[in-house]
Design a protein. Structure first.
Length: 369
């Protein structure tokens, strides 16, 4: 990400803060932090942050961190003033809010630990500082991608398909779920990815009936269903793809069910355009499965947004009434799951357009059965 992108984002965010009469915003969510600053250091646990952003409504923003990350912060976020908190975040925050004349401080209510909030509240009461919880303020900005972001997501999807092909060609009976998952993760890194965008799913046979199956030492047998759900991070941006096939020759039952899921995926893709709701897209795909007699075998939503995070806004589900906007990127991933038999899920990514959508996936391996 180039600094010009981040400067434009900060400018838009500061305009929003001024409209809402918020003097400054404390940013704690890692993907939001990266989106605004380019600072890539990850958090190493729920209680161990690698830094916070303090965005005043006017003026230069601040990146608050500790000495472990000084060099990285200065190199990756040159448009930010880097300040260290050797005695903790709140002491530095108290000093800066006073210096900057911040009387109303926004914070990301879904990403601040209760204990941290309680200490922040005590500090605010001491200073006469008003706290204003914020929800989805930056996430709404992230949901619509720029052309630069879309190009990175095209590249991420293309690399994900190349990794899949490389490992797919080596799969044979006797290999374990765990072995294939490790091969995928290793190949991602060897081919230039930062790593997987989520824990890689490889499931054989009845294990494929678990939408979020964890790879085991189960060995692949001839005739087994193989479900692979994988994604990677390339230059910060995620990809996500699912393919389901059979080790050997598929029987007619598998072919019929696979073709039904594929029709559902295509129906969902055909329904996507700016202005439609996530509910409407989900319904278009779900109806195909209902008509085929497998409506109850599809329990999750049809898809989700993808970007710096592999799960972000918007959502395609029976509960989503938000309208899609051009430039959003979503997955379309219908499935059917039968505990005594197994499962099938097929997933592609698309970019929402004004009159339709752009399919990001081009590899049709395991789709044209």
């Amino acid at each position: 990400m180039v600094p010009d992108d981040e400067l434009e984002r900060i400018g838009r965010l500061q305009s929003t803060l001024r409209r809402q009469k918020i003097d400054g915003l404390l940013v704690s969510q890692p993907d939001n932090r990266r989106y605004l600053s380019g600072y890539t250091a990850p958090d190493h646990g729920i209680q161990e942050s690698s830094g916070f952003l303090l965005i005043p409504a006017d003026g230069r923003p601040y990146l608050l961190t500790d000495s472990r990350f000084t060099l990285q912060a200065e190199a990756e976020a040159p448009q930010f003033e880097v300040r260290l908190y050797p005695k903790g975040l709140l002491q530095l925050l108290e000093k800066l809010t006073g210096q900057l004349g911040i009387h109303t401080l926004g914070f990301e209510s879904e990403y601040l630990l209760h204990g941290t909030f309680q200490r922040l509240l005590a500090m605010a009461e001491k200073q006469g500082l008003a706290l204003k919880p914020q929800h989805d303020l930056i996430e709404k900005m992230r949901a619509v991608k720029t052309e630069k972001e879309l190009n990175l997501m095209r590249a991420s999807t293309r690399l994900n398909e190349e990794v899949f092909q490389s490992v797919y060609n080596t799969i044979e009976p006797g290999m374990t779920e765990r072995e294939i998952a490790l091969a995928l993760d290793l190949t991602m890194r060897e081919m230039g990815a930062e790593g997987p965008s989520f824990d890689t799913i490889v499931a054989f046979g009845t294990n494929a009936a678990r939408p979020h199956a964890v790879p085991t030492d189960r060995e692949l047998q001839a005739g087994d269903i193989v479900l692979i759900d994988m994604g990677l991070v390339f230059k910060g941006y995620c990809s996500d793809m699912t393919r389901t096939f059979v080790a050997g020759k598929p029987d007619q039952t598998f072919l019929d069910r696979h073709r039904l899921v594929r029709r559902a995926m295509l129906a969902g893709i055909a329904a996507i355009r700016a202005g439609v709701t996530g509910f409407a897209v989900d319904r278009a795909a779900r109806q195909v499965l209902i008509d085929g007699g497998y409506g109850e075998a599809f329990g999750h939503g049809l898809g989700h947004g993808v970007g710096l995070a592999v799960h972000e806004e918007p959502r395609l589900s029976p509960r989503s009434r938000k309208q899609l906007q051009a430039g959003m990127v979503v997955t379309v991933e219908p499935g059917l799951y039968l505990p005594e038999w197994g499962g099938i899920r097929l997933e592609n990514m698309v970019v929402v357009g004004e009159d339709g959508c752009e399919l990001l996936n081009h590899d049709t391996t395991c789709l044209d059965l």
